[in-house]
Design a protein around this ligand. Structure first.
Ligand code: 5AD
Ligand code: SF4
Length: 457
């Protein structure tokens, strides 16, 4: 009987991409996809280490899986449990010390070795741990991705980060910046498009620092992200391009120009600032001031006036005063975010900020987070309401919760649901927005909905 694999993904979109690639890797070993751990012969937890809460969730899930494994063994079967991703990278052996029933620990740069590691576990060689580092080797060893991932897909073009923001584990878990060569990215994009996708989101921890080898062989001059975007935008079948996540320092003029000049590049940009206080930005090692960020947003909006901006914020960084926090609120008011993610500062072992004096009490962090989130929620709702009555193009990605309903995304990344026939799945259609709510838009098909250019296919 065919075996089944369940991959549970935590954290960022890069992990979501890696999880899909893990399934690709194990498919030739006879693993189909299970809908839940209860139905699986192997479970991979693809983990996130960015904040303490994310890492701790993994251990509670491992507790649950232990019971499942024991039940399975009582009936003469087994459940292989693997921990992948950034907790695996950061904690290595420690994972097995805390959860000895884990069979396999594999870091984000080594998961191409999953089949071998799994074979080792099966032959009783004992637990396997691989947290080797070079990202290049991994990409060279991954199989071609399976098609049929749906109309909107992720494509990792860059991994790792050299910025070393003082709060962040990424440079330690994902390693140094690595950019995939243009030719590899193009080939993967072409296969994804041949498999029916319409929208590609280029992924990287610091994606706008992309500098992949040019297509003229290994000596080809590196290309920046703007050149890659212009190139991919010309591929047949592609309707939409996005990229995430970007650092303000790497937002070069050429990339800003691409927002004005490349129609496939969607008017949405995730551009984290973390704080609006210069003192906190300096302590975070962000290497720019609040003013620089505001000027950058101005330049981006000059290039693309309707650009929707999203961000990440950390409140309660060590030493953050009331005035520092007020500066963040001021910056948020000035920018006007279409959406945003905000977090309480979480001290991560091994990062410089964890050893700073002036760690703040939890209650203060909670209060600041609530205030910031109230403002960001209000901005998001205002943005969604401002779309009421507008005609927007939506890529229909999946069935909605109600019968007869489809769900997709607007150019600005908003979730949009509308009554529509299922034949329109995977198409870009014109809709009229009827209602803007906190987290989504309600719409109806516009008349005509299927305009030339929106979906000529
Ligand atoms: N504590 C809280 N939030 C963090 N982030 C990264 N590291 C930490 C931390 N130690 C947030 C940042 C980043 C996002 C992915 O997670 O806002 O942009
Ligand atoms: Fe972390 Fe800063 Fe790199 Fe982003 S830019 S991954 S926050 S170190």
């Amino acid at each position: 009987m065919a075996k089944k694999l369940f991959v549970k993904t935590y954290g960022c979109q890069m992990n979501a991409y890696d999880s899909a690639r893990m399934a690709d890797l194990l498919a030739p070993q006879g693993y189909g996809v299970a809908a839940a751990a209860e139905e699986a012969d192997m479970v991979i937890l693809n983990t996130c280490h960015i904040r303490e809460k994310a890492a701790e969730k993994v251990y509670s899930e491992l507790g649950r899986l232990r019971a499942l494994k024991q039940n399975r063994r009582a009936t003469g079967h087994d459940l292989v449990i693997a921990v992948a991703g950034c907790v695996a990278q950061a904690e290595g052996e420690e994972v097995r010390r805390r959860a000895p029933w884990v069979d396999l620990v594999v870091g984000p740069q080594a998961f191409h070795r999953l089949p071998e590691l799994l074979a080792g576990v099966r032959t009783g060689a004992g637990a396997a741990i691989d947290t080797d580092f070079p990202a290049a080797a991994k990409f060279d060893h991954l199989p071609e991705e399976a098609g049929g991932r749906g109309p909107s897909v992720f494509l990792t073009v860059q991994e790792g980060c050299d910025k070393f923001c003082s709060f962040c584990v990424v440079p330690y878990t994902r390693g140094a910046e690595y950019s995939r060569p243009v030719a590899d990215v193009t080939a993967e994009a072409e296969r994804l498009l041949a498999g029916g996708c319409r929208e590609i989101t280029l992924l990287g921890q610091n994606v706008n620092a992309y500098h992949g080898a040019g297509p003229d062989g290994p000596d080809g001059r590196p290309w920046g992200l703007a050149s890659l975007i212009r190139h991919l935008a010309g591929l047949e079948g592609l309707s939409r391009l996005r990229y995430t996540t970007s650092h303000p320092l790497d937002m070069e003029a050429e990339l800003i120009a691409a927002h004005a000049e490349v129609p496939a590049l969607m008017p949405y940009l995730h551009l984290p600032v973390q704080s609006g206080s210069d003192a906190v930005l300096a302590a975070m090692g962000r290497r720019h001031r609040a003013e620089d960020y505001l000027r950058l947003v101005e330049r981006l909006r000059a290039a693309r006036p309707d650009l929707a901006i999203s961000g990440d914020f950390i409140v309660g960084f060590p030493g953050e005063s009331d005035a520092d926090f007020a500066a963040t609120i001021t910056l948020v008011r000035e920018v006007g975010y279409a959406s945003a993610y905000s977090f309480k500062y979480s001290a991560r072992p091994g990062t410089p900020a964890a050893d700073l004096e002036g760690q703040l009490p939890e209650a203060l962090k909670i209060a600041r987070l609530a205030e910031l989130q109230n403002l960001l929620d209000a901005q998001q709702l205002a943005f969604n309401r401002s779309c009421e009555g507008r005609r927007l193009e939506v890529l229909l990605e999946r069935p909605g919760r109600q019968p007869g309903q489809l769900v997709g995304r607007s150019p600005y990344m908003q979730a949009v649901h509308l009554p529509a026939p299922s034949q329109l799945l995977g198409k870009v259609v014109n809709v009229t927005i009827e209602r803007g709510m906190a987290n989504s838009l309600a719409a109806r098909l516009a008349d005509p909905h299927d305009e030339l250019g929106a979906d000529a296919a």
